[in-house]
Write a protein that binds this ligand. Structure first.
Ligand SMILES: *[C@@H]1O[C@H](CO)[C@@H](O)[C@H](O)[C@H]1NC(C)=O
Length: 384
């Protein structure tokens, strides 16, 4: 403390002595970011914007158009670009706003019509999805919405009568997705621990999905909206948003968006999350999952279709597990990411093959990453 005071007083004395080193009293030349100095007529650090005492050439301090040190500053029309929460809405954020200030998942820059168009494009680009010959369903009995909680097994046989594993699961994104499914402890309250190999599997999944037309399309849209500035930035954010750990129970890092949605969890004696047809199929095949009934079957004739299912996963019941069926992993990942970014924590109307439907997303509220960005808490088809 004493030391700091000495330094400070030395600094103040030298400033007070009026040594301007030949600098202009009205200019920011060579003064960008310096402490308030009343020997000058105007100031050149970011606080001057709030105090209204910036030099007229303060812009030159921001010639790199950066949000460095400016996150959440109040709006000032003198700045060439902005770093406050509304800049994405007004399309005037500085280039590095999302990476430095964590402002990307604000949702403000998508109209409902845009989301319909984009989702339809993602749907049509999903060339890795199953054909009718690749997946045969045996739906058996349905139950009305009012009876989904009855826990009665209305299905003698499996839901998946046939899946063409050879063709589908050899595709790189399917293989990378399946490799991730067994990396989790499904019980909340037990912390997740990853080996180097498992962390590598997360990277492989992201890099494989990014090679697909579906994710490339989503990336290009977010790029055009200046939500991300490069593929690397988008990939890094996807990893944190989907794989970053947080705590659902007992203050241990026991969960992530990916685990919850695709692998599934057990919380308070019930299945929580679990919205992946691929995981459903594999668990059913391995005898870990018993299909009971369905309560919704979407209007699609081809895959992907949407189902709401009742099932028992090794002793734990799921009342309404809604999921895309026959879609590729990149499609689920892209459509959920789109809705999470465009309409976070709410229902998002998408159009797929001419049919509209809703996807519900939830943001995790108890912890954040990178300066206030939200983790994915959940995402799933909202069935009527
Ligand atoms: C998201 O929605 C839930 C439930 O509607 C609400 O409790 C939560 O506060 C919301 N989170 C945010 C960040 O708005």
């Amino acid at each position: 403390m004493m030391f700091t005071l000495v330094i400070l007083s030395v600094f103040l004395c030298s400033a007070a002595s009026g040594d301007l080193s030949g600098r202009n009293k009205d200019s920011c030349v060579s003064r960008c970011g310096e402490h308030v100095n009343h020997n000058y007529n105007c100031q050149c650090n970011s606080a001057c914007v709030t105090h209204g005492d910036c030099c007229s050439d303060y812009n030159l301090c921001q010639s790199d158009s950066s949000c460095k040190g400016r996150c959440s500053e109040t709006y000032n029309s003198r700045n060439p670009c902005h770093c406050n929460a509304k800049c994405s809405q007004y399309h005037n954020c500085c280039q590095d706003y999302s990476s430095l200030c964590g402002g990307s998942h604000s949702g403000a820059s998508f109209t409902n019509e845009e989301i319909l168009t984009i989702s339809e494009q993602l749907y049509s680009l999903d060339t890795n999805k199953a054909t009718e010959n690749d997946v045969h369903l045996n739906l058996q009995n349905s139950v009305p919405n009012s009876q989904t909680g009855a826990k009665i097994d209305h299905a003698q046989q499996r839901l998946f009568a046939y899946v063409n594993e050879e063709v589908l699961f050899s595709k790189p994104t399917f293989a990378a997705f399946i490799a991730l499914l067994n990396n989790y402890n499904r019980m909340t309250g037990i912390s997740e621990k990853f080996t180097m190999e498992q962390l590598e599997e997360q990277d492989v999944f992201i890099s494989e999905v990014m090679k697909t037309a579906v994710m490339d399309k989503l990336y290009r849209i977010l790029l055009s909206k200046k939500m991300y500035n490069s593929m690397v930035e988008f990939e890094e954010d996807l990893k944190k948003m989907w794989f970053g750990l947080y705590s659902r129970s007992s203050n241990v890092l026991d969960s992530s968006g990916f685990e919850h949605i695709f692998s599934g969890e057990v919380k308070r004696g019930k299945v929580s999350g679990f919205h992946s047809w691929i995981h459903f199929y594999l668990a059913e095949k391995n005898g870990e999952l018993n299909y009971y009934s369905y309560s919704y079957n979407g209007p699609w004739i081809n895959y992907p279709d949407v189902l709401a299912l009742q099932f028992n996963w090794n002793g734990y019941f799921k009342q309404v597990g809604s999921e895309f069926v026959g879609s590729s992993p990149e499609f689920d990942f892209a459509i959920f990411t789109l809705c999470f970014i465009a309409k976070p924590n709410s229902s998002c109307t998408v159009r797929l093959g001419g049919n509209t439907m809703k996807i519900q997303t939830y943001t995790w509220t108890k912890s954040t990453y990178g300066n206030g960005k939200k983790y994915v808490a959940s995402a799933f088809p909202l069935t009527p």
